[in-house]
Structures are given as C-alpha cells and as structure tokens.
Design a binder for this molecule. Sequence first.
Ligand code: IMP
Length: 194
Amino acid sequence: MKHKLIFATGNPNKVKEVNQILNGALEVVSMKDFGVTEDIPETSDTIEGNALQKARYLAKHYQVDCFSEDTGLEVEVLGGAPGVHTARYGGASRSAEANMGRLLKELGGEMNRVAQFKTVIALILDGKEYTFEGICKGSILRSQRGEGGFGYDPIFQPLGYDKSFAELPYSEKNKISHRGKAMEQLIEFLKNRG
Ligand code: IMP
C-alpha cells in the first residue's frame, strides 16, 4: 500500500501542489479528506513551535504520519514582528488589508524596511520529528503594488527584484518564496526516503 501522509492544512490547493511534485512517490492527503475537522491549537510563541504543535497534535490524536507548515513575516526594525502574530496583526478579522494597514502604519516613514518571510515545515514520520525552514529576504514597500498573490504580497518586495510578490507570476514567486524553499527541502527528503 502506498504510504499516506496527512498535511495539516485547510487549503486543498497546497495539497494538490505537493502531490503533483511528488508524482506518486507518496500520497499526501488533507486533514479534511482524512476526516479531521476540529481546529488544531496554535498557541506557541514561535513559528517553529506552532508548526511542531500542529504536527504533534495530529500524530498524537490520530496516530498518523503527517506534516504541517507555519509562516511569519519578520521585520528587522520591529524586532522580528509581526512574526508569530502575522496572520492576525491587524486584528481578529485576519484580513490582508487590515494586516498590511497596520504594518505600513507601524513603519511610517522608517528608512530601514528590511524584512523576511519564514516558513517552517514540521514532519513526523515513523515517530521521528524533522523540521525544514525556508526564508525569503526582502523589504516592505511604502504602499501596495500589484494585484496577484495573497496576504502581504502587495507590500513585500523580494531581494534582487523591483517588483512586489503581488506583481510576480505565481510560478516565479514559488521558485524564490519561503514556502517554496521549505517545500523543496521536504520533498527532497521524502523522495530520497523512497
Ligand atoms: P499561514 O501560516 O500560511 O497561515 O500564514 C500566516 C500569515 O502570513 C497569513 O496572514 C498569511 O496571509 C501570511 N502569508 C503567508 N505566506 C505568505 C506569502 O507568501 N505572501 C504574503 N503573505 C503570506
């Protein structure tokens, strides 16, 4: 039987994307398809801690091999904020507009706009824990640019580019993004394991 791995995400596009890359080497299924419907706690004060917390929850309650991911935006001059609070920086609505609005307000006319996105993937396989980290360095623009992407994409410009993430085609963003890099490592690891 093909080895099944549960991906702790509610986003079916992410599951589809990983399966396409794995090309049948292993089968990744979403929590929903596996029958997990409850919200998994995310109460850690680090990105890595949250990723591990989600994977450990699934492994403990469902005795499955699984992985989860957590992402945060870290702004240098704000001491690494919003970091673990990235999703709800602008309030409980978790809206991208509110999140970007708060960040632009906090930065005001600040010259140092250095920032990075960080994704941590936590994998639990045969009872062992592994983590994979992907970082994308860049800076925070002074206002929104572009229509594509999601979240903070319109105000994040990756290092070496003169476009925001929201102005880059999805395929190009994936090659250099935090999540793309972390996923690449996970997939390499899984493929080598066979
Ligand atoms: P999550 O861990 O994927 O839920 O992401 C946490 C927060 O970071 C959410 O507010 C997302 O909108 C934001 N975020 C994650 N990845 C990206 C990205 O690639 N571009 C812009 N925002 C992102």
